[in-house]
Design a protein around this ligand. Structure first.
Ligand code: PHE
Length: 340
């Protein structure tokens, strides 16, 4: 028995020398200490040892088991340490190497303008309202004083989904949704995408608008003009002036077209303003009393103004972009030029 044990010990010593990694350590350890390993087998063999010899043989075998376990424990510590050192070496970073340059993204010019507009108007106390892009005829037209067969429907070429559902042609639809839900005072700003069957260098079938609506007691055209003056200075520069020209929208009365003095030539006349010194930037007006009435707002008690502008148009003017397509193509060489 003693000889057998010695032999096994030697075999273990030999086997231990072949271990080079945690993986082989586990394999070799199983050969001896596993459920069917050689040391375990010896212990199972105790059954056949005569009763009187059992305590003595049991002790020898148990000593062997403790010795073997200790051997492997020591080996494990050594191997783990070596492996860790190797990992540290492999993962070492040379802090003196030049770093990789990360590309920094930029906001899309539309987003820049939208954020700027939101910041200007929220500074004046406007709250944001976002309406749905799929609207029904009522909100997009009828409630905006544009019933079926009204000639003003031709002002906007509409994408219909069904007879009643359409892609909204204007964020003005949001005016109705807000006035239906909320009693005055109302002061909302409504950015969003709108759709029209229109496509050339300055028009796109999908574009973005920013709508504003103010309803309260005693609101006048002067309030609109004052607010627009402030807005124009903030977005185009301190020297900018505004002027109102009569226009027509079914849902405002009176309606105006708003021009700003040309920021390129300071109003002297240049290519951008086509020699006029003025640039048209938005449509606006006093909310038509029929519209107020239809939303349950008493037009004898309350009045309001509304305005709507194209975000792409403002971006094109402000950044000198001559083709609207550039704003939709996603060419990073173009987009990279607009950093905050
Ligand atoms: N909805 C109008 C358009 O798309 C703009 C507008 C908004 C005009 C609000 C007056 C008041 O052309």
């Amino acid at each position: 028995m003693q000889a057998k044990i010695e032999q096994l010990k030697q075999k273990i010593e030999q086997a231990v020398l072949t271990v080079t990694s945690s993986k082989t350590l586990h394999e070799v350890k199983t050969l001896f200490l596993g459920r069917t390993g050689e040391v375990s087998d010896l212990m199972k063999g105790m059954r056949d040892v005569p009763k009187e010899e059992r305590p003595q043989v049991g002790k020898i075998i148990n000593d062997l088991r403790v010795w073997t376990e200790q051997k492997f424990d020591e080996l494990e510590i050594k191997i783990k340490k070596a492996e860790l050192e190797q990992r540290y070496k492999a993962e070492a970073i040379d802090v003196t190497m030049p770093g990789k340059k990360g590309e920094v993204g930029a906001y899309h010019p539309n987003t820049l303008i939208r954020n700027e507009l939101i910041s200007i108007f929220s500074g004046m106390g406007f709250e944001i309202f976002e309406g749905p892009e799929i609207e029904n005829d009522y909100y997009n037209f009828t409630a905006l004083n544009t019933p079926a067969d009204h000639p003003a429907r031709d002002m906007q070429d509409t994408f219909y989904i069904t007879e009643d559902l359409l892609l909204r042609t204007q964020t003005s639809a949001g005016q109705i949704r807000v006035m239906e839900k909320k009693a005055p005072p109302i002061k909302i700003l409504s950015p969003g995408k709108v759709y029209r069957s229109d496509d050339d260098a300055t028009h796109s079938p999908m574009f973005s608008q920013m709508e504003g609506l103010v309803v309260d007691k005693g609101i006048t055209l002067c309030d609109l003009k004052g607010m627009l003056d402030e807005f124009a200075k903030k977005i185009f520069g301190e020297n900018i002036k505004t002027r109102l020209r009569p226009s027509y929208f079914p849902f405002t009365e009176p309606s105006v077209e708003v021009d700003v003095s040309c920021f390129e030539c300071d109003g002297k006349g240049c290519r951008l303003c086509k020699g006029t010194g003025w640039i048209e930037v938005l449509g606006a007006g006093m909310v038509n009393r029929h519209v107020l009435e239809g939303c349950g707002v008493d037009p004898d008690k309350y009045s309001g103004f509304a305005f709507g502008m194209g975000i792409e148009r403002i971006a094109m003017l402000k950044y000198g972009i001559n083709n609207m397509k550039l704003l939709f193509e996603g060419d990073t060489r173009f987009l990279k030029q607009f950093k905050d």
